[in-house]
Design a protein around this ligand. Structure first.
Ligand SMILES: [Zn+2]
Length: 437
């Protein structure tokens, strides 16, 4: 990737790769959408205590309650912590969820940061004394799955395929019904934070039905570049919400069983942007320089089996023919197969598991034919796309939060450099020695 030419920066707004019919549907939906302001959000509207699962939350306060995922008299009701930040002024109710899949930790980490003192103290971004409206944060929805390091609920089902749920259905359907009743159906906006499934990693991206006007506005407010326009899978939270005209977006970043700091940072950046856009907290939202609205992507699959050696990672901007990965087989040394970028584009997701069989996904590829140079204006030295919000300093870390580790001892020879000087003067090959710097 090194040696790529830097292209001159231009000011642009891009919406491309969407078919004409889809563009018209999106335009019509946005035109029919009246306004984001509702009478009950008016600053002079009546405002007071709210109740969630029989608990009262007063204006200007933060309260964490336990919501049982199952309402049972016998056995474990699976209580999950929900933190409600109830503002002093009227405004929307927004629900931010992590860990619907128990092994996806990006949302869990981002929500946990958002609930720390760096965000909720007096004068901080989420200070309830400055807040308009109500924020509900659930770091881990699938707590039983999280404890078992699993995507699924203990009955083996995927919560995100069982909404809006059924109180008389399977265990997971009952959980979905409870989550729908207490957290989703009265939300004015929902941000659902995810990571890629096991064995893969995603660069920060949103999944949204752009032809649902409220979700379209919400996605743009999040303030990142890559928006994948898709109707959600059947039974997913996003689908159920949109069917009830509730704006909902799915954020994807990082991979299962790991915490990728950049994707966590972008998630926090996005949540704060949305809150600013909805005028729930003060400040102007950040905007990306451009957006890629994509209606299609390609899964690049392995044609052979063996050991997968990834040359690039999720977020890499690729030119046609550049090598993404190589497959080799320890049983057949000397033979390798390259997987190359089929055209110019962006690798939005990449495999992280080297064990590969024919047909397994190696990369999730976004063909970006016309505007590839725009992406190339915003890459790091590794050729990876720099997502809006990822290059900021981590706003949740303050000087007082930084621990200092003291190591006792003394410098042999009396000076900090003495050992180094002796070593260098005794060493014939300086190059190998400099590796220790
Ligand atoms: Zn997920």
């Amino acid at each position: 990737m090194a040696g790529r030419k830097k292209v001159k920066k231009t000011k642009v707004r891009v919406a491309h790769e969407l078919p004409k019919r889809r563009k018209i549907a999106i335009q019509e939906a946005l035109a029919a959408h009246q306004t984001e302001d509702r009478p009950e959000w008016d600053r002079t509207a009546v405002w007071g205590n709210i109740k969630l699962f029989r608990k009262t939350i007063k204006p200007g306060t933060i309260r964490t309650i336990l919501l049982p995922l199952l309402e049972v008299d016998l056995g474990d009701p699976w209580p999950i912590p929900i933190t409600i930040l109830h503002g002093v002024r009227p405004g929307p109710t927004i629900t931010i969820l992590g860990g619907i899949h128990g092994d996806e930790l990006t949302g869990a980490s981002a929500c946990t940061h958002l609930l720390s003192n760096s965000f909720t103290d007096v004068g901080k971004p989420l200070d309830p004394k400055q807040l308009a409206g109500t924020i509900r944060i659930v770091p881990v929805v699938n707590l039983p799955g999280y404890r078992g390091k699993s995507r699924y609920f203990p009955d083996g089902r995927d919560l995100n395929r069982n909404f809006p749920g059924d109180y008389k259905g399977s265990t997971t359907k009952r959980v979905a019904a409870q989550v729908w009743k207490y957290l989703l159906k009265d939300s004015d906006a929902i941000i659902d934070l995810h990571s890629a499934a096991k064995g893969r990693s995603n660069m920060p991206q949103l999944r949204v039905n752009l032809a649902h006007a409220g979700s379209n506005i919400l996605a743009k407010a999040f303030g990142i570049e890559i928006l994948l326009d898709s109707k959600a899978p059947s039974g997913s939270l996003r689908k159920a919400a949109n069917e009830h005209d509730i704006p909902a977006i799915t954020y994807e970043g990082g991979g299962a069983n790991l915490i990728d700091n950049t994707t966590v940072k972008v998630a926090i950046h996005g949540v704060l942007n949305v809150l600013k856009s909805l005028r729930m907290i003060p400040g102007k939202p950040n905007r990306p320089r451009f957006r890629v609205l994509a209606s299609g992507s390609r899964w690049l699959r392995a044609g052979e089996g063996g050991l997968l050696d990834m040359f690039v990672s999720a977020g890499s901007v690729m030119r046609e023919g550049e090598v993404i990965a190589t497959i080799s087989d320890p049983a057949t040394p000397g033979l390798t197969v390259d997987i190359v970028a089929p055209e110019d584009g962006l690798l939005v997701g990449a495999a992280t598991n080297p064990f590969t069989a024919s047909g397994m996904p190696v990369g999730h590829f976004l063909p970006v034919s016309k505007h590839i140079s725009l992406l190339e204006e915003q890459i790091d030295s590794m050729g990876k796309f720099i997502v809006c919000g990822s290059d900021e300093k981590p706003s949740w870390r303050e000087e007082t939060d930084v621990s200092e580790v003291a190591l006792d001892g003394e410098w042999s020879g009396g000076s900090v450099d003495s050992e180094w000087v002796n070593a260098v003067s005794n060493q014939k090959n300086l190059d190998t020695y400099q590796e220790f710097e």
